[in-house]
Design a protein around this ligand. Structure first.
Ligand code: PEP
Ligand code: MG
Length: 528
């Protein structure tokens, strides 16, 4: 609830075709603008990195990809050459052609990508014309009302002053919707003409649960929503306080609620949101930006600094899962048709053993003297995979002890159950591994033959839920007979519709993004 701040239409750009003295200098300026735009986008990414998940932050990578697109660059340069014209005009014409084609497809997802191109085109033109974008200068907490707002504008405002956002354009899959959700800003998008009635400073209430906008609410509504907001605030602060304790259902079933982390900031959040431990440390996320293979000491010092933030708990650390959607820039990967089914995770780790797996395993073994480390092995597909990684870890353990680096105990070594072959025939793995964690994200994509990074087939993934729950149940029953623990660390772990099922089958742990922990713990506490 708050006053409306009307975002003026972004000032329209003046783009005229003019004769130029040197084609070469125009092309150079265009190339320079491309590189400035890339730097600006990476700066925005850096600014937002602590607020967004690894999926959400990819918005900025996608923008950089567009700016680096050789076709876009080539076409613009050709346009400048063949028309002997100014670069800003060429950018405008070439990008307009692109967006027209994308918009003609009539798919809301693709139209949202066309909006990205419009925004980047505007950014390039402003750089070439040496102008700056209208900034949103809020000085009191307000609800922003706009026809549309760009992700760049949203990334550069003081989000503490934004109570909400409403737009006439856009849809729930566009990047502004994704970003505002990640930032915790309530937003209603695609309201079309209804926003034209809103005057600057008018009081607004946006109720996202009901997808409702209340303009100039009566005293009745103001009081009603004041109370609702107070109640929600109160409830979440109680949930947060209670979250610091272990949780059981009313009838006494206990379950560990752990955090998925990938950075120091995540570890801090895990502690403050009341995680019982770290259920999945995606180690590769620490090195996505490095320019060379991390060596043993680099692995050691990064993990040590992160684990120290949240020291006295169980740390389940996953071996590097590079490849597929997390490529290594400095590895000249052979391009694969289906990278999610190709050389990733341990497959890649063994191909570059001395540079990838070995230093990591040695660092983790050394750290196991200081922390309660459990090693989790991703993408185990076969008995051979398991035997190979287990023997390798034991070999490095013996090697370190032979070198005089005493490692007291071999840490527990577990399997990430994310490939159907393991989930369907679990007996061997249950006998031989120490613990299990279901990676439901990959398991869903492999069960449904639907690439998890491809928006156009994403509707298939949620339809795997029933099959996955059955697999988890069967696996858990067998594992419990052998006294082994089973957890879930994919997205399904925080799906509240699955919670009572997980409690019924006595799953041992659920691991999820830290901010979801207080709510899930609260639901468990209220379950019979
Ligand atoms: C999974 O596959 O479910 C998982 C938790 O790992 P990631 O999302 O990192 O592949
Ligand atoms: Mg996975």
């Amino acid at each position: 609830m708050g006053p409306a701040f009307l975002l003026n239409e972004n000032s329209s750009l003046r783009i005229v075709k003019s004769k130029i003295s040197s084609v070469k200098s125009e092309i150079n300026q265009f190339k320079k603008a491309l590189s400035i735009a890339q730097d600006k986008t990476l700066d925005l990414k850096q600014k937002m990195i602590n607020f967004l998940s690894k999926e959400e932050i990819k918005i900025y990578d996608a923008h950089v990809e567009i700016l680096k697109d050789p076709e876009l660059e080539g076409k613009t340069i050709d346009f400048i050459k063949s028309n002997s014209c100014n670069a800003d005009y060429a950018v405008h014409e070439v990008t307009a052609e692109y967006t027209e084609i994308l918009n003609e497809i009539g798919d809301p997802y693709i139209s949202a990508r066309a909006d990205d191109i419009v925004m980047l085109s505007r950014m390039l033109i402003l750089i070439l014309q040496k102008k700056v974008e209208n900034k949103i200068n809020l000085n009191t907490p307000s609800i922003i009302v706009a026809d549309s707002i760009t992700t760049n504008q949203l990334s550069s405002i003081d989000t503490n002053l934004v109570l909400g956002i409403i737009t006439s354009h856009g849809g729930p899959t566009d990047h502004v919707a994704i970003l505002s959700k990640a930032l915790g800003i309530p937003s209603l998008v695609g309201l079309a003409k209804s926003i034209s009635k809103i005057k600057a400073g008018s009081l607004l209430i946006i109720d996202c649960a009901k997808a409702q906008l209340i303009l100039n609410p009566s005293l009745f509504y103001i009081k009603k929503y004041d109370l609702l907001m107070l109640k929600e605030k109160h409830e979440s602060s109680i949930q947060l306080k209670k979250s610091q304790n272990n949780v059981t259902t009313k009838s006494g079933t206990s379950i560990e609620i752990n955090a998925n982390i990938g950075s120091l900031n995540d570890a801090k959040k895990a502690k403050s949101f009341g995680a019982d431990g770290i259920g999945l440390f995606r180690t590769e996320l620490c090195f996505l930006d490095s320019e060379k293979f991390p060596d043993e000491n680099m692995h050691y010092s990064i993990y040590e600094s992160i684990l120290k933030e949240f020291p006295k708990v169980k740390h389940t650390i996953r071996l590097l899962d590079f490849g597929s959607d997390k490529p290594l820039s400095y590895l000249n990967n052979i391009k694969e048709e289906n990278p999610a089914l190709g050389s990733r995770a341990l497959r890649l780790g063994f191909k570059h053993y001395d540079n990838l797996l070995k230093p990591q395993i040695r660092a983790l073994l050394r750290l196991s003297n200081l922390f309660n480390i459990h090693i989790l092995c991703p993408m185990i597909a076969s008995e051979e995979d398991w035997i190979q990684i287990k023997e390798t870890i034991i070999l490095e353990f013996n090697q370190l002890n032979n070198e005089g680096v005493r490692i007291d105990y071999l840490p527990r070594i577990g399997i990430m159950v994310e490939i159907p072959n393991v989930a369907f025939r679990p007996e061997f793995y249950i006998k031989n591994a120490d613990f299990f964690s279901f990676g439901t994200n990959d398991l869903a994509q492999f069960l449904m033959a639907a690439d998890r990074t491809n928006e156009s087939v994403s509707n298939y993934l949620s339809q795997s839920k029933e099959s996955i729950l059955i697999l988890i149940k069967n696996f858990t029953e067998l594992a419990h007979k052998e006294g082994k623990e089973v957890g879930v660390c994919g997205e399904l772990a925080s799906d509240d519709k699955c919670l009572s099922y997980f409690l019924d089958i006595n799953i041992n742990s659920l691991s999820m993004p830290p901010s979801l922990i207080p709510k899930i713990k609260n639901e468990i506490r209220n379950t019979i």
